[in-house]
Design a protein around this ligand. Structure first.
Ligand SMILES: COC(=O)C(/C=C/C1=C(C)CCCC1(C)C)=C/O[C@H]1C=C(C)C(=O)O1
Ligand SMILES: O=C(O)CCC(=O)C(=O)O
Ligand SMILES: [Fe+2]
Length: 363
């Protein structure tokens, strides 16, 4: 995936949010203040009383496929993917140490002095390094977030200059974590295949050597959370995304359902999974990538660690034949190369589900 021509991109000064709040400004700088139509929006209050995002128990899915519990959980999974595009998984079997450790090193990374973090800069037009991605003009609003993103797998997408030497355990920890996340994504894709009535290896066989990237998002507290956004609304370009929220995380992630922003309440030891654009295309829209965003908190910081899992850049993507029917369910997306989609995705600002227009067949 070729980088964008950096010289043509003028992004103006991108202030580091952690540094900004150290000076305790009495007003949020203009560049972070969202237009009225982007702020707040309708937020569902229902979630304050019950938990609407489906919860999938992976221990039920470890049972023999003929077991009623397995079948019941697969049905729940299929409903979750169809109706929400999001679900949380519990009893995922990930070692506590692996999960805790990445959180610790990520925290240590963001707590380092700015000069240290700036040794790994995210250059305009790229998506790896420390800073803000998806900024393409001087008047584009900024997210109330510092992020650090790295390509992890295959090793050819790694930029070794951006893998930090401090904290000392960072690289080891990230490699160990990514290995476990890769296993989890492969496992989830087998269940998703089964839930669609496909053979369980269907996605893996198609994906080749899957691309995997990690993005660590650090949202400092904001004195006027209603004026800013932690992360702009978007859907993920991946096939599947796994989001880990730090132990003491407050609510921050919101998903757009029926025109309402629904907060995702963090569950202890759970991971949030969402369907990315690639699975939406492969399933001909049966499972949808859902628009989501992050909001900030007046008093509390928030840290999330996000894994994007996607097909190899060489792979041709199109709705799977099994899920298309010329009469009853015609093909809604054209065929394209996943490397081209990745390039398209990272070359445009985050703007809801706009990226997918790349693939939609418009009638
Ligand atoms: C800041 O980065 C992102 O939010 C992001 C980028 C992911 C990537 C890297 C950090 C390294 C190279 C590969 C890749 C583009 C995946 C979001 O990624 C989405 C977009 C696509 C496409 C995807 O698969 O995940
Ligand atoms: O931090 C969050 O809650 C959301 C992160 C996210 O959507 C992303 O990094 O793609
Ligand atoms: Fe996302």
């Amino acid at each position: 995936m070729a980088p964008l021509p950096i010289s043509s991109i003028r992004v103006g000064k991108i202030e580091d949010v952690q540094e900004l709040i150290k000076s305790k400004p009495n007003k949020v700088p203009e560049r972070f203040i969202r237009d009225a139509n982007e702020r707040g929006g309708l937020v569902s209050l229902k979630t304050h009383f019950h938990q609407p995002i489906p919860v999938i128990d992976l221990s039920e899915l470890s049972k023999p496929h003929t077991n009623d519990d397995f079948v019941f959980e697969i049905l729940k999974l299929s409903q979750a993917c169809e109706d929400w595009g999001f679900f949380q998984v519990i009893n995922h079997g990930l070692e506590v140490d692996v999960v805790d450790d990445i959180e610790k090193v990520a925290k240590e990374f963001f707590e380092m002095p700015l000069e240290e973090k700036q040794k790994y800069p995210l250059e305009p037009g790229t998506v790896q390094g420390y800073g803000q991605a998806f900024i393409f003009s001087e008047d584009q609003k900024l997210d109330w977030c510092n992020m650090f993103a790295l390509g992890v797998h295959p090793p050819s997408i790694r930029n070794p200059k951006l893998w930090p030497s401090k904290p000392a355990r960072f690289s080891e920890s990230l490699k160990g974590y990514s290995k476990e996340m890769r296993k989890l994504c492969k496992r989830l894709l087998t269940y998703i295949a089964i839930s669609l009535g496909l053979k369980k290896e269907r996605f893996e066989e198609m994906f080749g050597e899957a691309v995997q990237a990690v993005r660590m998002n650090y949202y400092p507290p904001c004195s006027s959370p209603d004026l800013v956004l932690g992360l702009s609304p978007h859907s993920d370009g991946s096939a599947l995304t796994v989001l880990q929220q730090s132990k003491d995380s407050c609510v921050g992630l919101q998903i757009l359902k029926d025109n309402t922003w629904v907060p995702v309440l963090p569950l202890p030891n759970a991971l949030v999974i969402n369907i990315g654009d690639t699975v939406e295309v492969l399933t001909n829209g049966k499972y949808k990538s859902v628009e989501h965003r992050a909001v900030t908190n007046r008093e509390r910081e928030r840290l999330t660690i996000v894994t994007f899992y996607a097909p190899n850049y060489e792979v041709e993507i199109e709705p799977m034949g099994e899920l298309v029917d010329d009469e009853t369910n015609p093909c809604k997306y054209r065929s394209y190369n996943h490397g081209d989609y990745s390039y398209h995705y990272v070359s445009n600002k985050l703007q809801g589900k706009k990226s997918l227009d790349f693939a939609k067949i418009l009638n």
